[in-house]
Design a protein around this ligand. Structure first.
Ligand code: AMP
Length: 422
């Protein structure tokens, strides 16, 4: 029988890599919690309507990337392609809007998009997602951006990344800009790629985001959205920038940063890397005032971002060394095994990583095994040690060994650590 393989575009995260994931997740939780964000855990699938309404019918995500299916009752459900719509659905459903503002929430987990798989782009991928809800002050925009950079700083990645910021104005000014952009692009549409010609009719703003080389000269000469901001939106952006400046945060103002989701207004931002080829966005976000209302909730504003966890893990590189146990406990024979089982358990409860052999192999083979797994110590108990309730503690590096009473083993293995006598 041929073995069954994983589905295209999804990947297994094997133990060596999972250690890096744990570092990334811990950095996210610690950073976000220091800024007052609280963990929220949401379902992986929702009613399809939520994403259609929340993300926008004309976005790539809703048009062609969603995993949508009818469940057994015939209801259309969708594996979440992003988290913001779900967070806002929960915010409305559980009446979070009565809490002190801003309501700060974060969530970590998988997203699903039917995209063309390539390095750094998968059909199941993971995001760290942050949302700050109920506050319009530009200082919040800057604080959210600062927190995003602090997350990368905690992982030692800050110097390898570039922050881009933009303002795409309010809904009204954006419409005027889109009309202006369409006017500029229409006469030159023959020189655009096929996809951009479609975007030109459906969602011209997305042309600015195109990566095709021969579209670039046209995009570069396009009118800047920053020139058509309303006075309020311009003031807001100016203030965000001043706040970033006071925190000494370096950024590039990139008027072509429009993002792939329809719901953004005013501030948008992305964190980019030059190290991952075409998949250069490691994180992105922006303000989405109006979206909560559009989803049937109060007229509360919001701002948030998503970090692409796979890309962060890729940037961290492959320096994973398999974890080695502190000690291999080697009983010689069944009675010694019985004596060492509670000892091993007590050590593990004291958070010491030890491995216990089964007592059915000769000592030289077990010592070889201790070497292979990288154990720092071997703890040997044969008949004569058992009689005196002792063990032989062998340093695997120096090969020195000495007798130690079993009750003192934890202290000998980890001096300086507090040990529970029980
Ligand atoms: P978005 O939700 O599209 O704004 O994406 C936010 C971040 O998620 C991006 O900057 C990427 O780092 C990451 N991301 C988006 N789509 C994928 C994907 N298909 N595979 C891996 N990472 C992704």
């Amino acid at each position: 029988m041929p073995p069954i393989k994983a589905v295209r575009g999804v990947r297994d995260i094997l133990p060596a890599e999972a250690r890096r994931w744990q570092r990334v997740e811990a950095a996210a939780r610690q950073t976000f919690e220091a800024y007052g964000y609280r963990d929220i855990r949401l379902p992986l699938f929702e009613r399809t309507e939520l994403f259609a309404r929340g993300i926008g019918d004309e976005t790539d995500i809703v048009k062609k990337e969603m995993y949508t299916f009818a469940d057994r009752s015939g209801e259309s459900v969708t594996l979440r392609p992003e988290a913001t719509a779900s967070v806002l659905r929960a915010y409305i459903e559980h009446g979070f809007h009565v809490q002190p503002k801003p309501v700060r929430l974060y969530t970590l987990g998988p997203m699903f998009r039917y995209e063309r798989p390539q390095a750094g782009r998968y059909r199941q991928f993971h995001q760290a997602n942050v949302e700050a809800l109920g506050e319009t002050h530009p200082a919040l925009d800057a604080e959210v951006i600062a927190m995003l950079l602090d997350f990368f700083g905690a992982l030692g990645l800050a110097d390898r990344l570039e922050l881009h910021v933009n303002s795409i104005g309010d809904a009204g000014t954006r419409q005027a800009y889109v009309a202006q952009l369409r006017e500029y692009l229409t006469p030159v549409q023959d020189r655009l790629c096929d996809e951009c010609r479609v975007r030109l009719t459906r969602n011209p703003l997305r042309v600015l985001d195109c990566k095709t080389p021969h579209c670039q000269p046209i995009i570069e000469k396009a009118p800047s959205i920053l020139d058509s901001l309303s006075p309020e939106a311009a003031r807001h952006f100016e203030s965000v920038r001043q706040c970033l400046d006071t925190m000494k945060i370096r950024y590039v103002v990139n008027a072509r940063l429009v993002r792939g989701l329809d719901y953004y207004v005013r501030t948008t931002f992305e964190v980019l890397t030059g190290e991952l080829g075409a998949q250069n966005a490691v994180a992105g976000g922006g303000r989405y005032d109006g979206l909560i209302h559009q989803l049937g909730g109060p007229a509360d504003p919001g701002i948030g971002f998503a970090i692409g966890m796979e890309r962060v893990v890729l940037l961290l590189g492959e320096d994973d060394r398999p974890p080695a146990p502190l000690a291999l406990l080697i009983p010689i024979g069944e009675p010694a095994l019985r004596r060492l089982m509670p000892v091993a358990r007590a050590l593990r409860r004291a958070r010491l990583a030890v491995e216990l052999a089964y007592g059915d192999r000769k000592l030289p083979r077990e010592l070889e095994h201790a070497d292979r797994i990288g154990a720092r110590f071997a703890v040997i108990v044969g008949d004569s040690e058992l009689e005196r309730d002792q063990c032989i503690l062998r340093d695997m590096r120096t090969r020195e060994q000495r007798g130690v009473p079993l009750e003192r083993l934890a202290i000998e293995l980890a001096p300086g650590q507090a040990h529970d006598e029980s």
